[in-house]
Design a protein around this ligand. Structure first.
Ligand code: ACO
Length: 323
């Protein structure tokens, strides 16, 4: 049996930090409102001329180094993003070229904040089917470029960043057979388009457009769908919430994260929270949180880690990984 086993991870946040106080000088908001409603304290914003591919490249180099692997080992890049450098080609191919990788396949996955779990599932399927042997799975975004900076209801919630993991197809009996991605579950419901979307695109308006969201509606769906999908992925793997060591959720809102942790009966210190430091970085948020918890020694080899996320589409999903 082939398993997609995590070899290493990496992350990158742009240098410039924008605090809640700084935002409160531009729109009518306050540090208190933002922290109480979301848990966010600050976000990182990409510099002029710093694109999604640049953030992705830095996270990827760190992930490869952490994995102890070389670019020549890679034969697949799956990059989750809703903010590509260009309409085409895929931003993944820019990362491929910048890394100096000349073989295999590189493409983007568009599932907004669920993009990282979608990409893990896509890479896992390809490794299991023998289409590739070593994959770089990246989540990278520059959401600052699609925000309406005059809309206090959305501009305070998002930030820029990137994270990546390296997956390797491993076969074998014994200990290594227990590790890797154990199960994935993916869903979408296009009927909910209007509660979270960007009001532009190459085929409709020929503009990039700006993010529009009915926050309260998204919140309601997030709580219900996250509880269902984590139950589903655990059932697929024949495990229960008691088996989970770490929950690494999409970092959008501390209240949604706490709700999911509570429903699973986890103690708060089993839930990895980084939303305070970088706000909602969409597809980048899960690998950013993974990187934090793996590098500070919380997530260790053999731990059972549950990843889950929801975003525009609506699209949502979960991955259960034995580290
Ligand atoms: N500062 C101060 N007041 C504000 C702000 C702000 N930044 N934004 C909105 N308000 C005001 C509103 O105007 C409203 O005022 P009113 O009562 O006078 O009309 C009041 O605060 C309450 O607004 P609500 O939108 O009802 O506030 P709510 O408690 O729902 O919190 C929030 C809003 C934080 C957006 C919440 O709904 C949320 O987190 N939703 C989920 C968003 C999310 O997780 N998205 C993830 C997916 S993102 C993706 O896929 C790209």
């Amino acid at each position: 049996m082939i398993r997609s086993v995590v070899q290493g991870c990496g992350a990158y946040l742009p240098e410039r930090i924008v605090t809640n106080e700084e935002l409160a000088k531009k729109v009518e908001t306050s540090d208190e409102w933002i922290r109480q409603r979301t848990g966010i304290r600050q976000r990182h914003i990409a510099a002029d001329g710093e694109f999604t591919s640049h953030l992705a490249l830095k996270a990827s180099e760190r992930a490869l180094s952490h994995a102890g692997l070389k670019v020549a080992d890679l034969d697949l890049i799956v990059l989750a993003t809703a903010t590509p450098d260009e309409t085409f080609p895929a931003t993944a191919t820019k990362v491929q070229s910048a890394l100096g990788m000349t073989r295999g396949a590189a493409f983007d996955v568009q599932a907004v904040c669920a993009g990282f779990v979608y990409s893990m599932a896509v890479a896992d399927s390809m490794l299991k089917n023998g289409l590739a042997s070593t994959a770089l799975v990246i989540g990278a975004e520059t959401f600052s470029r699609i925000l309406d900076w005059s809309d206090r209801g959305t501009c305070v919630l998002f930030g820029d960043g990137a994270g990546a993991v390296v997956l390797k197809a491993e076969t074998g009996a014994g200990h290594s057979a227990d590790r890797g991605i154990l199960a994935n579950a993916l869903h979408s419901d296009g009927r909910e388009h209007d509660i979270l979307y960007v009001d532009g695109g190459p085929s409709s308006t020929r503009t990039t457009g700006l993010l529009r969201m009915e926050g309260k509606e998204v919140f309601k769906h997030a709580v219900v769908n996250m509880a269902a999908v984590v139950g589903e992925v655990l059932e697929k793997a024949g495990l229960t919430p008691k088996d989970i060591d770490w929950l690494v959720p999409h970092q959008a809102n501390k209240r949604i994260i706490d709700g999911t942790g509570r429903k699973l009966g986890l103690s708060p210190d089993q839930v990895v929270v980084t939303v305070d430091k970088h706000a909602n970085t969409s597809a980048a948020s899960i690998p950013l949180a993974i990187d934090t918890a793996a590098k500070d020694g919380r997530i260790k080899k053999g731990d059972l880690v549950l990843l889950e996320g929801i975003g525009g589409g609506l699209a949502w999903g979960a991955s259960l990984v034995r580290w």
